[in-house]
Design a protein around this ligand. Structure first.
Ligand code: ATP
Length: 367
């Protein structure tokens, strides 16, 4: 069993300029045995600190961390049965790849023959057999990344920790490595904790995702749930690209009044919004839920507006249409078949079955 548990974990730093910084505020959650869990959030949200506390590279200010039922607060990093892969790969430049791969095991005084076998195994898994006698400077970024992963594999840890491992690779290689890491996880059957600021990487790799902001966990959920049922405006705006549109509105019966347009809320959604009848709300709708009427079989009776477009971006298979509701910018994402001509007004249908409402004060989703 290699579940990892955070119990009331707090980490504070003393910053010379800012004073006390709460990097992680009272985190409570469990990463399940063999789970691929991703921490995601903007720079400075506390995700790397969380990972480093699991690794033992950072000691929490208070609270407990367990790895596989063992309280590890006072356990040295090398005795935690973990292996960490860093963003900058952290390979030793003067050693060959073979020596780099075996380094951790030599430190643990593993017999030479066993080390050789493990290197062979890892090299086969990662298809790096032909690189073993080279030095790191003779490798490309993608190859170095593989070696860094290989060095973790040879140690056969219960928990793999990845700190933004793909951020130094170009976009194409990142996609390829993402697929490889997913496959590797299935093959190794180990618990993986993975840190990234990239929400696409989080959504594609994570079995569950922890979204953090300013030291606080905003939501822990499977990717679909984060997307369909975000806890609050932060999660709704962070997950998804382009992000969810937010428009100030007032709910009155089944009418949603925004600056300029009135929308009709589908009847089946009204019970959950009844507390907010007559009140200010934030209307959230994702870009793909605003489509040109042209793409539908027939024109819907409601929730069609004809705004003047400000910008049209061509992304190949898709178009992004930008327009305003009041002074708030709204984005629609439609298939390139929409045949939008220039910036002339275009009829857009808002699919309110997919709408979300948020409380403007707390920013929580209303449900
Ligand atoms: P990034 O993606 O930029 O690495 P992050 O989400 O991983 O960001 P952390 O590195 O965990 O964020 O940092 C969380 C907060 O703690 C930030 O405000 C950061 O400035 C602060 N912090 C981190 N390490 C230290 C340190 N050694 N001394 C002082 N403050 C620190």
């Amino acid at each position: 069993m290699a579940e990892v548990k955070f119990v009331n974990v707090v980490k504070e730093f003393e910053d010379e300029k800012k004073g006390k910084v709460v990097a992680v505020n009272n985190a409570n959650f469990t990463i399940r045995d063999r789970e691929f869990l991703v921490f995601v959030g903007p720079s400075g949200c506390g995700k790397t600190t969380s990972l480093r506390m699991v690794a033992g590279l950072e000691r929490q200010t208070s609270g407990d961390i367990y790895i596989g039922n063992r309280l590890v607060n006072k356990v040295h990093p090398k005795d935690r049965d973990i292996a960490m892969v860093f963003q900058d790969y952290a390979l030793y430049p003067h050693m060959t790849i073979r020596e780099n791969l075996g380094f951790g095991l030599r430190n643990l005084k593993t017999p030479k023959k066993v080390i050789e076998e493990k290197i062979k195994e890892a090299a086969a898994i990662l298809s790096i057999e032909n690189l073993l006698d080279r030095k790191p400077r003779e490798l490309s970024g993608g190859q170095k990344q593989r070696i860094a992963v290989g060095r973790a594999i040879v140690r056969n840890p219960s928990v793999f920790l990845f700190d933004e491992p793909l951020s130094n690779l170009d976009a194409k290689l990142r996609v390829q490595m993402r697929v490889e890491l997913s496959e590797l996880h299935k093959r190794l059957g180990a618990t993986v904790i993975y840190v990234t600021h990239d929400q696409v990487e989080a959504m594609t790799l994570g079995e569950r995702i922890v979204v953090m902001n300013e030291g606080e966990i905003q939501q822990i959920a499977v990717p679909e749930e984060l997307y369909e049922q975000p806890n609050n405006m932060f999660v709704a705006g962070f997950i998804g690209s382009p992000p969810m549109n937010f428009v100030k509105a007032r709910l009155d019966g089944n009418q949603l009044y925004t600056a300029g347009y009135t929308f009709t809320v589908p009847g089946h959604l009204l019970p959950k919004y009844s507390r907010y009848d007559g009140k200010e709300v934030v209307f959230g709708i994702r870009p793909e839920d605003i489509v040109t009427v042209h793409l539908l079989n027939s024109e819907p009776e409601r929730n069609v507006i004809s705004p003047t477009l400000k910008v049209v971006e061509h992304l190949g298979a898709e178009l992004l249409l930008y327009f305003n509701i009041g002074d708030e910018q709204v984005t629609s994402r439609v298939s390139a078949d929409a045949k939008v001509k220039g910036l002339t007004p275009v009829k857009l249908y808002f699919n309110l079955d997919k709408m979300q409402l948020f409380d403007p004060e707390t920013q929580e989703r209303i449900n």
